[in-house]
Design a protein around this ligand. Structure first.
Ligand code: ZEM
Length: 290
Protein backbone atom coordinates (compact mmCIF):
# COMPACT_ATOMS: atom_id res chain seq x y z
CA UNK A 1 0.00 0.00 0.00
CA UNK A 2 1.38 3.39 -0.87
CA UNK A 3 0.12 6.92 -1.07
CA UNK A 4 1.56 10.19 -2.20
CA UNK A 5 2.60 11.47 1.16
CA UNK A 6 4.17 8.18 2.29
CA UNK A 7 2.08 8.39 5.44
CA UNK A 8 0.44 5.21 6.70
CA UNK A 9 -3.30 5.12 5.90
CA UNK A 10 -5.54 5.96 8.81
CA UNK A 11 -6.82 2.77 10.45
CA UNK A 12 -10.32 2.59 11.82
CA UNK A 13 -10.00 2.16 15.56
CA UNK A 14 -13.40 1.11 16.91
CA UNK A 15 -14.51 2.62 20.20
CA UNK A 16 -17.15 1.77 22.79
CA UNK A 17 -19.85 3.44 20.66
CA UNK A 18 -18.99 1.18 17.73
CA UNK A 19 -19.29 -1.99 19.84
CA UNK A 20 -22.58 -0.72 21.27
CA UNK A 21 -23.80 -0.48 17.64
CA UNK A 22 -22.89 -4.13 17.10
CA UNK A 23 -24.61 -5.01 20.37
CA UNK A 24 -27.75 -3.17 19.23
CA UNK A 25 -27.71 -4.98 15.89
CA UNK A 26 -27.54 -8.38 17.62
CA UNK A 27 -30.29 -7.37 20.08
CA UNK A 28 -32.55 -6.23 17.25
CA UNK A 29 -31.93 -9.44 15.29
CA UNK A 30 -32.82 -11.42 18.44
CA UNK A 31 -36.11 -9.53 18.66
CA UNK A 32 -36.82 -9.93 14.93
CA UNK A 33 -35.98 -13.60 14.46
CA UNK A 34 -38.40 -14.98 17.02
CA UNK A 35 -39.49 -18.00 14.98
CA UNK A 36 -36.55 -20.11 16.20
CA UNK A 37 -36.83 -22.80 18.89
CA UNK A 38 -38.58 -21.41 22.02
CA UNK A 39 -38.80 -18.00 20.36
CA UNK A 40 -35.21 -16.84 20.64
CA UNK A 41 -31.70 -17.43 19.35
CA UNK A 42 -30.51 -16.17 22.74
CA UNK A 43 -29.77 -19.55 24.35
CA UNK A 44 -27.83 -20.94 21.39
CA UNK A 45 -25.76 -17.71 21.23
CA UNK A 46 -24.86 -18.18 24.90
CA UNK A 47 -23.87 -21.76 24.13
CA UNK A 48 -21.67 -20.65 21.22
CA UNK A 49 -19.80 -18.17 23.44
CA UNK A 50 -19.40 -20.82 26.15
CA UNK A 51 -18.07 -23.49 23.78
CA UNK A 52 -15.68 -20.98 22.21
CA UNK A 53 -14.31 -20.20 25.71
CA UNK A 54 -14.56 -23.53 27.52
CA UNK A 55 -11.77 -25.19 25.54
CA UNK A 56 -9.23 -23.30 27.64
CA UNK A 57 -6.40 -25.20 29.31
CA UNK A 58 -4.59 -23.15 31.94
CA UNK A 59 -1.47 -25.38 31.87
CA UNK A 60 -0.71 -24.89 28.17
CA UNK A 61 -2.57 -21.61 27.66
CA UNK A 62 -4.29 -23.14 24.62
CA UNK A 63 -7.95 -22.79 23.68
CA UNK A 64 -10.29 -20.13 25.02
CA UNK A 65 -12.27 -17.41 23.33
CA UNK A 66 -9.30 -15.90 21.49
CA UNK A 67 -9.31 -17.32 17.97
CA UNK A 68 -12.87 -18.35 17.07
CA UNK A 69 -11.39 -21.59 15.78
CA UNK A 70 -14.82 -23.26 15.82
CA UNK A 71 -15.21 -21.73 12.35
CA UNK A 72 -13.02 -24.59 11.14
CA UNK A 73 -13.16 -28.31 10.93
CA UNK A 74 -12.22 -30.35 12.97
CA UNK A 75 -13.44 -28.14 15.86
CA UNK A 76 -16.78 -27.34 14.20
CA UNK A 77 -17.37 -31.10 13.86
CA UNK A 78 -16.67 -31.97 17.50
CA UNK A 79 -19.75 -33.70 18.88
CA UNK A 80 -20.14 -31.10 21.64
CA UNK A 81 -20.48 -28.36 19.01
CA UNK A 82 -23.36 -29.97 17.12
CA UNK A 83 -26.04 -27.37 16.34
CA UNK A 84 -23.85 -24.32 16.94
CA UNK A 85 -23.79 -23.57 13.21
CA UNK A 86 -27.25 -22.03 13.79
CA UNK A 87 -25.63 -19.48 16.12
CA UNK A 88 -22.67 -18.81 13.84
CA UNK A 89 -24.98 -18.34 10.83
CA UNK A 90 -27.22 -16.00 12.83
CA UNK A 91 -24.19 -13.75 13.34
CA UNK A 92 -22.92 -13.71 9.73
CA UNK A 93 -25.04 -10.72 8.64
CA UNK A 94 -23.78 -8.84 11.71
CA UNK A 95 -20.17 -9.58 10.76
CA UNK A 96 -20.95 -8.43 7.18
CA UNK A 97 -22.35 -5.13 8.46
CA UNK A 98 -19.45 -4.54 10.87
CA UNK A 99 -16.48 -6.21 9.13
CA UNK A 100 -13.97 -4.58 11.49
CA UNK A 101 -15.00 -6.78 14.44
CA UNK A 102 -13.19 -10.10 14.81
CA UNK A 103 -15.29 -13.27 14.94
CA UNK A 104 -13.90 -14.01 18.37
CA UNK A 105 -14.95 -10.62 19.77
CA UNK A 106 -18.31 -10.91 17.96
CA UNK A 107 -19.19 -14.34 19.35
CA UNK A 108 -18.46 -13.22 22.91
CA UNK A 109 -20.29 -9.92 22.43
CA UNK A 110 -23.27 -11.98 21.20
CA UNK A 111 -23.13 -14.09 24.36
CA UNK A 112 -23.08 -10.95 26.51
CA UNK A 113 -25.93 -9.43 24.51
CA UNK A 114 -28.05 -12.60 24.67
CA UNK A 115 -27.68 -12.87 28.47
CA UNK A 116 -28.58 -9.20 28.99
CA UNK A 117 -31.48 -9.24 26.52
CA UNK A 118 -32.86 -12.37 28.24
CA UNK A 119 -33.16 -10.29 31.44
CA UNK A 120 -29.89 -11.49 32.89
CA UNK A 121 -27.29 -9.39 34.73
CA UNK A 122 -24.93 -6.95 33.05
CA UNK A 123 -21.82 -8.77 31.83
CA UNK A 124 -18.77 -6.46 31.63
CA UNK A 125 -16.91 -6.82 28.32
CA UNK A 126 -13.44 -6.14 26.99
CA UNK A 127 -12.58 -6.17 23.28
CA UNK A 128 -9.32 -7.34 21.76
CA UNK A 129 -9.67 -10.98 20.71
CA UNK A 130 -7.83 -11.91 17.52
CA UNK A 131 -9.02 -14.56 15.09
CA UNK A 132 -6.61 -17.43 14.59
CA UNK A 133 -6.34 -20.05 11.89
CA UNK A 134 -7.17 -23.75 11.75
CA UNK A 135 -3.84 -24.69 13.38
CA UNK A 136 -5.15 -23.24 16.67
CA UNK A 137 -8.14 -25.65 16.80
CA UNK A 138 -8.26 -27.47 20.13
CA UNK A 139 -8.42 -31.27 20.42
CA UNK A 140 -11.81 -32.91 20.96
CA UNK A 141 -12.83 -33.72 24.54
CA UNK A 142 -12.16 -30.43 26.32
CA UNK A 143 -15.84 -29.61 26.97
CA UNK A 144 -17.87 -31.41 29.65
CA UNK A 145 -19.64 -34.70 28.98
CA UNK A 146 -23.30 -34.55 30.08
CA UNK A 147 -23.33 -38.26 30.95
CA UNK A 148 -20.73 -37.84 33.69
CA UNK A 149 -20.76 -36.64 37.28
CA UNK A 150 -18.89 -34.46 39.81
CA UNK A 151 -15.36 -35.87 39.36
CA UNK A 152 -15.53 -35.19 35.65
CA UNK A 153 -16.98 -31.70 36.16
CA UNK A 154 -14.12 -30.87 38.55
CA UNK A 155 -11.50 -32.22 36.12
CA UNK A 156 -12.88 -30.21 33.22
CA UNK A 157 -13.58 -26.93 35.03
CA UNK A 158 -10.47 -26.96 37.25
CA UNK A 159 -8.48 -27.28 33.99
CA UNK A 160 -10.04 -23.94 32.92
CA UNK A 161 -9.16 -22.45 36.32
CA UNK A 162 -12.57 -22.46 38.05
CA UNK A 163 -13.43 -23.50 41.63
CA UNK A 164 -16.50 -25.31 43.03
CA UNK A 165 -18.55 -22.14 43.60
CA UNK A 166 -17.83 -21.00 40.06
CA UNK A 167 -18.82 -24.37 38.59
CA UNK A 168 -22.21 -24.15 40.26
CA UNK A 169 -22.71 -20.50 39.28
CA UNK A 170 -21.91 -21.29 35.64
CA UNK A 171 -24.34 -24.21 35.62
CA UNK A 172 -27.19 -21.76 36.21
CA UNK A 173 -26.96 -20.98 32.49
CA UNK A 174 -29.11 -24.08 32.07
CA UNK A 175 -32.08 -21.95 33.07
CA UNK A 176 -31.80 -21.06 29.38
CA UNK A 177 -32.51 -23.11 26.29
CA UNK A 178 -33.06 -26.79 25.81
CA UNK A 179 -31.56 -30.06 24.63
CA UNK A 180 -32.18 -31.19 21.06
CA UNK A 181 -32.28 -34.86 20.05
CA UNK A 182 -30.59 -34.04 16.73
CA UNK A 183 -27.70 -32.24 18.50
CA UNK A 184 -26.74 -33.78 21.84
CA UNK A 185 -29.29 -36.60 21.74
CA UNK A 186 -30.92 -35.32 24.94
CA UNK A 187 -34.37 -33.77 24.93
CA UNK A 188 -36.20 -30.88 26.55
CA UNK A 189 -35.73 -27.67 28.55
CA UNK A 190 -34.52 -27.33 32.15
CA UNK A 191 -37.04 -24.65 33.13
CA UNK A 192 -40.50 -23.35 32.19
CA UNK A 193 -39.03 -20.04 30.94
CA UNK A 194 -36.07 -21.02 28.72
CA UNK A 195 -35.67 -17.56 27.19
CA UNK A 196 -35.46 -15.65 30.48
CA UNK A 197 -32.50 -15.95 32.85
CA UNK A 198 -33.61 -16.71 36.42
CA UNK A 199 -32.38 -18.86 39.30
CA UNK A 200 -35.14 -21.38 38.51
CA UNK A 201 -32.60 -24.04 37.52
CA UNK A 202 -31.42 -24.24 41.15
CA UNK A 203 -34.91 -24.03 42.60
CA UNK A 204 -36.15 -26.85 40.38
CA UNK A 205 -33.12 -29.01 41.17
CA UNK A 206 -33.92 -28.74 44.87
CA UNK A 207 -37.70 -28.58 44.92
CA UNK A 208 -38.76 -31.08 42.26
CA UNK A 209 -38.61 -34.85 42.39
CA UNK A 210 -36.44 -36.15 39.55
CA UNK A 211 -36.74 -39.60 38.02
CA UNK A 212 -35.06 -41.38 35.12
CA UNK A 213 -36.91 -40.72 31.88
CA UNK A 214 -38.10 -43.91 30.24
CA UNK A 215 -37.14 -43.68 26.60
CA UNK A 216 -34.70 -44.96 24.03
CA UNK A 217 -32.47 -41.90 24.24
CA UNK A 218 -29.44 -41.27 26.46
CA UNK A 219 -29.94 -41.47 30.24
CA UNK A 220 -31.54 -38.25 31.50
CA UNK A 221 -33.89 -37.19 34.28
CA UNK A 222 -37.43 -35.78 34.06
CA UNK A 223 -39.47 -33.98 36.71
CA UNK A 224 -41.96 -36.36 38.24
CA UNK A 225 -44.76 -33.82 38.39
CA UNK A 226 -45.07 -32.65 34.77
CA UNK A 227 -42.54 -34.84 32.93
CA UNK A 228 -41.78 -31.86 30.70
CA UNK A 229 -38.54 -30.63 32.27
CA UNK A 230 -35.18 -32.36 32.16
CA UNK A 231 -31.86 -32.66 33.97
CA UNK A 232 -28.68 -34.19 32.59
CA UNK A 233 -26.69 -36.59 34.77
CA UNK A 234 -24.10 -33.76 34.98
CA UNK A 235 -26.80 -31.38 36.28
CA UNK A 236 -27.94 -33.85 38.93
CA UNK A 237 -24.31 -34.21 40.04
CA UNK A 238 -24.38 -30.72 41.52
CA UNK A 239 -26.99 -31.74 44.08
CA UNK A 240 -25.49 -35.19 44.62
CA UNK A 241 -22.17 -33.63 45.63
CA UNK A 242 -22.27 -32.09 49.13
CA UNK A 243 -19.94 -29.18 48.38
CA UNK A 244 -21.68 -28.29 45.14
CA UNK A 245 -25.10 -28.58 46.78
CA UNK A 246 -24.28 -25.88 49.34
CA UNK A 247 -23.93 -23.43 46.46
CA UNK A 248 -27.08 -24.69 44.76
CA UNK A 249 -28.96 -23.80 47.96
CA UNK A 250 -27.40 -20.33 48.08
CA UNK A 251 -28.41 -19.54 44.50
CA UNK A 252 -31.88 -21.12 44.82
CA UNK A 253 -32.58 -18.82 47.78
CA UNK A 254 -31.14 -15.59 46.38
CA UNK A 255 -31.52 -14.51 42.75
CA UNK A 256 -29.51 -11.31 43.31
CA UNK A 257 -26.57 -13.30 44.65
CA UNK A 258 -26.86 -15.64 41.64
CA UNK A 259 -26.87 -12.70 39.21
CA UNK A 260 -23.83 -11.14 40.90
CA UNK A 261 -21.79 -14.34 40.88
CA UNK A 262 -23.00 -15.35 37.41
CA UNK A 263 -21.91 -12.03 35.95
CA UNK A 264 -18.43 -12.34 37.47
CA UNK A 265 -17.88 -15.95 36.45
CA UNK A 266 -19.21 -15.49 32.91
CA UNK A 267 -16.86 -12.52 32.43
CA UNK A 268 -14.00 -14.75 33.58
CA UNK A 269 -15.14 -17.57 31.25
CA UNK A 270 -15.43 -15.26 28.26
CA UNK A 271 -11.90 -13.89 28.83
CA UNK A 272 -10.06 -17.20 29.22
CA UNK A 273 -6.87 -17.21 27.16
CA UNK A 274 -7.28 -13.68 25.81
CA UNK A 275 -4.06 -11.63 25.73
CA UNK A 276 -5.64 -8.21 26.29
CA UNK A 277 -3.38 -5.23 25.73
CA UNK A 278 -2.45 -3.39 28.91
CA UNK A 279 -5.00 -0.70 29.69
CA UNK A 280 -7.87 -2.30 27.76
CA UNK A 281 -11.08 -0.66 28.95
CA UNK A 282 -13.94 -2.64 30.47
CA UNK A 283 -17.31 -1.72 28.98
CA UNK A 284 -20.91 -2.37 29.90
CA UNK A 285 -23.50 -2.26 27.15
CA UNK A 286 -26.90 -0.71 27.44
CA UNK A 287 -29.68 -3.28 26.95
CA UNK A 288 -32.02 -2.68 24.02
CA UNK A 289 -35.16 -4.72 24.65
CA UNK A 290 -34.62 -5.94 28.20
ZN1 ZEM B 1 -24.68 -26.49 28.59
N1 ZEM B 1 -25.53 -28.01 27.54
N2 ZEM B 1 -23.48 -27.80 29.57
N3 ZEM B 1 -23.77 -24.95 29.54
N4 ZEM B 1 -25.84 -25.20 27.58
C1 ZEM B 1 -26.55 -27.91 26.63
C2 ZEM B 1 -27.23 -26.75 26.29
C3 ZEM B 1 -26.92 -25.50 26.76
C4 ZEM B 1 -23.48 -29.18 29.44
C5 ZEM B 1 -24.12 -29.92 28.42
O1 ZEM B 1 -23.71 -31.21 28.20
C6 ZEM B 1 -25.15 -29.35 27.61
C7 ZEM B 1 -22.76 -25.03 30.47
C8 ZEM B 1 -22.31 -26.20 31.05
C9 ZEM B 1 -22.67 -27.48 30.63
C10 ZEM B 1 -25.86 -23.83 27.75
C11 ZEM B 1 -24.93 -23.07 28.47
C12 ZEM B 1 -23.96 -23.60 29.28
C13 ZEM B 1 -26.84 -29.19 26.09
C14 ZEM B 1 -27.91 -29.46 25.03
C15 ZEM B 1 -26.00 -30.09 26.70
C16 ZEM B 1 -25.98 -31.59 26.44
C17 ZEM B 1 -27.35 -29.21 23.62
C18 ZEM B 1 -28.40 -29.43 22.56
O2 ZEM B 1 -28.85 -30.56 22.43
O3 ZEM B 1 -28.73 -28.46 21.85
C19 ZEM B 1 -22.66 -29.76 30.49
C20 ZEM B 1 -22.39 -31.22 30.76
C21 ZEM B 1 -22.19 -28.71 31.23
C22 ZEM B 1 -21.35 -28.84 32.45
C23 ZEM B 1 -21.61 -28.19 33.57
C24 ZEM B 1 -22.26 -23.71 30.77
C25 ZEM B 1 -21.10 -23.42 31.73
C26 ZEM B 1 -23.00 -22.83 30.02
C27 ZEM B 1 -22.90 -21.33 29.91
C28 ZEM B 1 -22.34 -20.56 30.83
C29 ZEM B 1 -27.00 -23.26 27.05
C30 ZEM B 1 -27.42 -21.80 27.05
C31 ZEM B 1 -27.66 -24.33 26.43
C32 ZEM B 1 -28.93 -24.27 25.59
C33 ZEM B 1 -28.60 -24.21 24.12
C34 ZEM B 1 -29.82 -24.17 23.24
O4 ZEM B 1 -29.64 -24.32 22.02
O5 ZEM B 1 -30.94 -23.99 23.71
Amino acid sequence: YSNDSNVAPKLFVPKFEDYQKVYNEIANRLEEKDDYDDGSYGPVLVRLAWHASGTYDKETGTGGSNGATMRFSPESDHGANAGLKAARDFLEPVKAKFPWITYSDLWILAGVCAIQEMMGPTIPYRAGRQDRDVAACTPDGRLPDAAQAQDHLRNIFYRMGFNDQEIVALSGAHALGRCHTDRSGYSGPWTFSPTVLTNDYYKLLIEEKWQWKKWNGPKQYEDKKTQTLMMLPADMAIIQDKKFKEWVKVYAADNDKFFQDFSAVVKKLFELGVPFKEGTETWTFKPVNA
